[in-house]
Design a protein around this ligand. Structure first.
Ligand code: G6Q
Length: 549
C-alpha cells in the first residue's frame, strides 16, 4: 500500500493546508452566513455541529478524497462482513454483530454468529430479571443488593461508563461497584460497606487469566467464604463473563452462570456483549437492548450514509486534518453532563489502545503521526482548571463538546447554566475577543494607555481553536448507544487512513511480562543486580525499606 504522504489526496491536502493555515474562524463565519447549515449533520437523533472547525468546503472535499483513496468504504464493508481484519490476531472484528438485527445473518468463517448472540442475550435477560426481582438470592436466601464487577481495561471501562451514565434509569435497589486495580485498596474499600450475603460478584475477563482480575476474584472469594463458610456459596455469589469456559469452571463457577462471548469481540469493544451484564443488571434488559438499538442505528448510518453526511467519517477526517497538518498531539473530550464523566477515560482506551501504533498493517513504520492523546473532563470543572491552556497556551487542541437538551432533573435553570457554559466555551474558543473590545473595557476601568498596552497581550483571546459540538435530546440508553458507536467508528476510520491495525494492543504486553519477573524477585527478598542500575537500585531500596522494622 502507498505511504500516506505519497497519496495524491494527501499531497493536495498538504498544499491546501499551506495556503489556508492562517485563515481564522471569525473570517470564515463572516464570509459564509450558511456555514452552520453547511457544516452540521444529524443521525439517530444526534446533531453534530462541526462548523467551528478550521475547514472550508474545499478542505472537506479533499479530506473525503483521502478517505476514498484509502478505501474507507471497502474496509468498512470488510469489517461488517466479518473478514479477519485484525491481521495480527487473525480475528474478525464484529462488535457490530452484537447489536445487529437478529434476523440478518452475520458469518464468521462460514458460520452465522447471530443465533449465539441471541442465546446469550436471552440468558442475560433471564438472569437479570431473576436478580432484579429478588428471585435469585444469595446463599443464605437474602436478596442481592450489591453487584461488584471485577474486571479491568475493556472488561471494566465500558460497563462502568454505561452504568454511571444511566444512573437515572437504574434500579435503586441494586448498587453496582467496579473493582479493577490490582492495588488491594480498591477491593478492600469497595467491600468494606457490603455484606457477603447480599453481594453478587461478576468476574469479567475475556481470557480469565488477567492478573488483576484473577487476583481480585480470589480476594473476593476468600472474603465471601470467610463469612459464609461453605464452598457451595461460590455458585450463588459468582458469575463469569468470559470466552474461557475451562478456567471459569475451575474457579467454581457453574457453567450455567457463565455468560459467553467470542474472540471476534475485542476487549475495548465488548460492552455490547455479555461484558455488559452489570449494565443490564443496573438498568434492566429492556434498557440494555435500547442501548444496542442506538448503536445499531449508528452502525446503519455509518454503513450507508454518503461520506459527506456520515458523522463518524466527518469526525475522523477532521481529526486526521489537525494531526496531519496542524501538529495537534491531543484531542479533548468535554461532556457537559456529569453522568458522562467516565467518557474521557473510556475514550482514552478506545482511541489510544486502538490507534496508538507506529507500524502499518504490513509492519513498515507509519509516515507521520497517528492516534492523539485523548483527555478531558465533565462539566464546568475543567473551565476552572485546564481550559486556560486551550484558550491561551501554545498548542492547538481540537475538542468535542457534548450536551443534552433535556436534563435528567427538573432543575431546568441549573441545566441552562451548564449549557450556557458549554456554548460560551465553544464560542470563545472559536472567535476569541477583538483587541478593541479588551482595550475599551480596560479604559472604562480607568487604566491609562501604558497600563492598557502592558495588559493587552495577557488578556488577548486569539480564538481560532476548533471544536465539534454534539447535541442529544437527552442522555438515555438509546442515545448513549448512538454516541459510543459514533466514536468506535470514528476510531475505525482513522485507523484505516493511517493504515494501522486498530484492533490489537501488543504494546501492553512487555510491562506485564517484566512485572511477573520482578514480582518473583520481590518475593524472594534478595538484592538484585540483573536489571539496569536504576531498576536494580529501586528494587533493592524498596526491599530495604520494606524489611526495615
Ligand atoms: C482491550 C484490551 C484490554 C483487555 C483487558 C482485560 O481491548 O484487550 O483492555 O480488555 O486487558 O482483559 P480480559 O478481559 O481478558 O481480562
Amino acid at each position: 500500500m502507498v505511504d500516506l504522504t505519497g497519496l495524491q489526496s494527501w499531497q493536495a491536502l498538504a498544499r491546501h493546508a499551506r495556503d489556508t493555515s492562517q485563515e481564522h474562524l471569525s473570517e470564515l463565519f463572516r464570509q459564509d452566513t450558511q456555514r452552520y447549515q453547511r457544516f452540521s449533520a444529524e443521525a439517530c437523533g444526534l446533531l453534530l455541529d462541526y462548523s467551528k472547525n478550521r475547514v472550508t468546503q474545499e478542505t472537506l472535499n479533499l479530506l473525503l478524497d483521502l478517505a476514498r483513496e484509502r478505501d474507507v468504504e471497502a474496509w468498512r464493508e470488510r469489517m461488517f462482513a466479518g473478514e479477519p481484519i485484525n491481521l495480527t490476531e487473525h480475528r474478525a472484528v464484529l462488535h457490530t454483530a452484537l447489536r445487529a438485527h437478529p434476523d440478518r445473518p452475520v458469518t464468521v468463517s462460514g458460520e452465522d454468529v447471530m443465533p449465539a448472540v441471541a442465546r446469550v442475550l436471552a440468558q442475560m435477560r433471564r438472569f437479570t430479571d431473576a436478580v432484579r426481582s429478588g428471585e435469585w438470592t444469595g446463599y443464605t436466601g437474602k436478596r442481592i443488593t450489591d453487584v461488584v464487577n471485577i474486571g479491568i481495561g475493556g472488561s471494566d471501562l465500558g460497563p462502568r461508563l454505561a452504568t454511571e451514565a444511566l444512573i437515572p434509569f437504574a434500579s435503586r435497589q441494586l448498587r453496582c461497584h467496579f473493582v479493577s486495580n490490582i492495588d488491594p485498596s480498591h477491593m478492600i474499600e469497595t467491600l468494606a460497606p457490603l455484606s457477603p450475603e447480599t453481594t453478587l460478584f461478576i468476574v469479567a475477563s475475556k481470557t480469565f487469566t488477567t492478573q488483576e482480575t484473577m487476583t481480585n476474584a480470589q480476594l473476593a472469594r476468600d472474603w465471601l467464604l470467610k463469612q459464609v463458610a461453605d464452598e457451595r456459596a461460590v455458585a450463588r455469589h459468582f458469575v463469569a463473563l468470559s470466552t474461557n469456559a475451562d478456567a471459569v469452571s475451575e474457579f467454581g463457577i457453574l457453567p450455567e452462570n457463565m455468560f459467553e462471548f467470542w474472540d471476534w469481540v475485542g476487549g475495548r469493544y465488548s460492552l455490547w456483549s455479555a461484558i455488559g451484564l452489570p449494565i443490564a443488571l443496573s438498568v434492566g434488559m429492556d434498557n440494555f437492548e435500547q442501548m444496542l438499538a442506538g448503536a445499531r442505528c449508528m452502525d446503519e448510518h455509518f454503513r450507508s450514509a454518503p461520506l459527506e453526511t456520515n458523522l463518524p467519517v466527518i469526525m475522523a477526517m477532521l481529526g486526521i486534518w489537525y494531526i496531519g497538518f496542524f501538529d495537534a498531539h491531543s484531542h479533548a473530550v468535554m461532556p457537559y453532563d456529569q453522568y458522562l464523566r467516565i467518557l474521557p477515560a473510556y475514550l482514552q482506551q478506545l482511541d489510544m489502545e486502538s490507534n496508538g501504533k507506529s507500524v502499518c498493517r504490513d509492519g513498515r513504520p507509519v509516515d507521520g503521526s497517528t492516534g492523539p492523546i485523548i483527555w478531558g473532563q465533565a462539566g464546568t470543572n475543567g473551565q476552572h482548571a485546564f481550559y486556560q491552556l486551550i484558550h491561551q497556551g501554545t498548542r492547538l487542541i481540537p475538542a468535542d463538546f457534548i450536551m443534552s437538551a433535556h436534563s435528567q432533573h427538573e432543575l431546568e435553570h441549573q441545566h441552562e447554566q451548564l449549557i450556557s457554559n458549554c456554548l460560551a466555551q465553544t464560542e470563545a474558543l472559536a472567535f476569541g475577543r477583538e483587541d478593541s473590545a479588551i482595550v475599551a473595557e480596560l479604559e472604562q476601568q480607568g487604566l491609562d494607555a501604558d497600563a492598557v498596552a502592558a495588559l493587552l497581550p495577557h488578556k488577548r483571546f486569539a480564538g481560532n481553536h476548533p471544536t465539534n459540538t454534539i447535541l442529544m435530546d437527552e442522555l438515555n440508553p438509546y442515545s448513549l448507544g448512538v454516541l459510543i458507536a459514533l466514536y468506535e467508528h470514528k476510531v475505525f476510520v482513522q485507523g484505516i487512513i493511517w493504515n494501522v491495525n486498530s484492533f490489537d494492543q501488543w504494546g501492553v504486553e512487555l510491562g506485564k511480562k517484566l512485572a511477573l519477573a520482578i514480582q518473583d524477585e520481590l518475593q524472594s527478598g534478595k538484592p538484585v543486580s540483573t536489571h539496569d542500575s536504576s531498576t536494580n537500585a529501586l528494587i533493592n531500596e524498596y526491599l530495604k525499606r520494606r524489611h526495615k522494622s
